[in-house]
Design a protein around this ligand. Structure first.
Ligand code: SF4
Length: 490
């Protein structure tokens, strides 16, 4: 295919560099109102030169197959789409606002999230263009499954579930061979090629898949870990740096398990990965996204050695996001036993506590998730979670609460979503303890971190602590209100 016959695009919640602050990526999960809109406009600044990692992968795959495609920012679609356009491929995250973070943030403000609003806005633009030019619409990405049975509503010709490498090129060349739902076959590790252009937040994949088998998680469906070859990782970093993205975020479900041995981190492999990445000319900062407490616990030696390497390369701030989900060993073993691999005989809360002791020692911070409303959860499980949050409150860790939301094709797909009106006073206590840990964490490390990046002076002048004290007061007010609702309903 020639020219711009295949156009790749995404809505505006995915095409910002979030002022290089990875955690600002949560802002679009808030419902839109005058206040959140200020944050959205200030922080979710649009960058037309950056595409989300998923679209960069599609772009690479199509170009390698000889299909001439181009990434187009959603604001430019009207200018770029024309009678030659055969396909518009859209990446989506949480198109209907039903993801765990969106559900949680609805505690603060109800209404449509930016994720929903911006996706609808984009799909409306595409609908009008489609009427004029008659191209086909393919929608993929992590939230694509949420659009099953909504294809007509959003004018979707193919809903693409799974990975792009092996199936997307053939879908473009032979669309007549495919139906409404297209399942992308899984590529081997060495078929995951380097991305050709810069990605949002300098995202570069180092591995895909997980293998821990949590019953609620879709990632686990893509099988065990596939490690991207180091040459491909370096090439992706180089291509990012060449287009100005010098801060790189390493994407994997667990960066510590790069080339692991039965879930025990391989010290040499991980150190080598970081050394090789640091050696790419022009690199400024290297941050992983996801890691696990089990990996830290199984190989503390790696953490101390890696920390030494990071500091020798000038890294000032280092952290990752592990999933804790519960403080209860009983519930963990029932629903996500693999999270303990390879420490099956240990107590989950002990693993988490010991791991946090280690990461705290090297001054790393963690942003852990804690789930509320998992199927089969009892009051004692909630108590165990509260105890864990309380016991770890002095570490540089924040516990980010999330409500359980069933995900299609997982073992829990037919379970009920946890909804706010089912809150009990114990769960409110857990929610509050989590929010307190967030405020505490920001208070502990916020100043150091914010000193390194540009944030608006108006926020600085309020003072980080003051700002978050205010936030804590507002959370307490909301929780009081919810509690009253609960009691008046019973
Ligand atoms: S450890 Fe994380 S990514 Fe892996 S299956 Fe469990 S929830 Fe999913």
């Amino acid at each position: 295919m020639k020219g711009n016959e295949v156009i790749l695009t995404a809505d505006r919640t995915q095409t910002s560099n979030f002022r290089s602050f990875i955690y600002a990526g949560f802002i679009p999960c808030f419902a839109k109102n005058w206040l959140t809109n200020i944050f959205f406009k200030t922080i979710v600044k649009q960058r037309k030169d950056l595409a989300p990692i998923g679209l960069r992968v599609c772009e690479t795959v199509l170009l390698r197959a000889g299909i001439n495609c181009s990434y187009v920012h959603s604001n430019d679609l009207k200018k770029q789409v024309n009678e030659k356009t055969k396909f518009v491929c859209v990446s989506c995250v949480d198109p209907v606002g039903k993801g765990p973070t969106s559900q949680l943030f609805k505690i603060f403000w109800r209404g449509k999230t930016f994720l929903e609003i911006e996706f609808e806005r984009l799909m409306n633009t595409i609908k009008n263009l489609k009427q004029k030019y008659g191209f086909k619409v393919i929608v993929g990405g992590q939230g694509a499954w949420r659009l099953i049975n909504k294809e007509k509503e959003f004018n979707i010709d193919h809903l693409f579930l799974g990975e792009a490498e092996k199936t997307l090129p053939d879908l473009i060349i032979n669309p007549e061979n495919y139906g409404l739902i297209v399942n992308g076959a899984r590529p081997k590790a060495d078929e995951i090629m380097p991305i050709t252009h810069a990605s949002v937040l300098g995202a570069v994949e180092i591995a895909r898949g997980c293998g821990r088998g949590c019953k609620f998680c879709s990632t686990t469906l893509s099988g065990g870990i596939r490690n991207v070859p180091i040459e491909n990782i370096k090439e992706s970093i180089k291509n990012n740096i060449q287009e100005g993205q010098r801060n790189i975020s390493l994407r994997a479900e667990d960066f510590l398990l790069y080339k692991h041995k039965k879930f025990i981190p391989d010290t040499d492999a991980v150190l080598n990965l970081f050394k090789e990445c640091y050696d790419v000319k022009g690199l400024s900062d290297l941050q992983p996204v996801h890691g696990s407490h089990s990996a830290v616990y199984s190989n503390p030696d790696l953490i101390f050695k890696l920390d030494k390497l990071l500091k020798s390369r000038g890294a000032k701030f280092f952290g990752f996001q592990p999933g804790i989900e519960t403080g209860s060993d009983r519930l963990l073993c029932k629903t996500m036993r693999g999270k303990k691999f390879p420490n099956l005989k240990e107590d989950w809360a002990d693993i988490v506590y010991e791991s946090l002791k280690i990461t705290d020692k090297v001054d790393w911070f963690t942003c852990s998730t804690m789930m509320i409303g998992l199927p089969g959860e009892t009051e004692n499980d909630i108590r165990a979670s509260i105890n864990l949050v309380d016991k770890t409150k002095n570490f540089k860790n924040m516990m980010v609460p999330q409500f359980f939301v069933p995900v299609k094709f997982t073992s829990f797909e037919n379970e009920e979503s946890y909804i706010f009106k089912n809150m009990t006073s114990l769960k409110i206590q857990l929610l509050k303890a989590c929010f307190k840990s967030i405020v505490g964490m920001v208070d502990k490390v916020g100043r150091d971190y914010f000193a390194g990046i540009r944030i608006p002076n108006v926020i600085k002048s309020f003072g980080v602590k003051k700002l978050f004290n205010g936030l804590e007061r507002s959370i307490e007010k909301q929780l009081k209100f919810i509690k009253q609702l609960k009691y008046s309903a019973t």
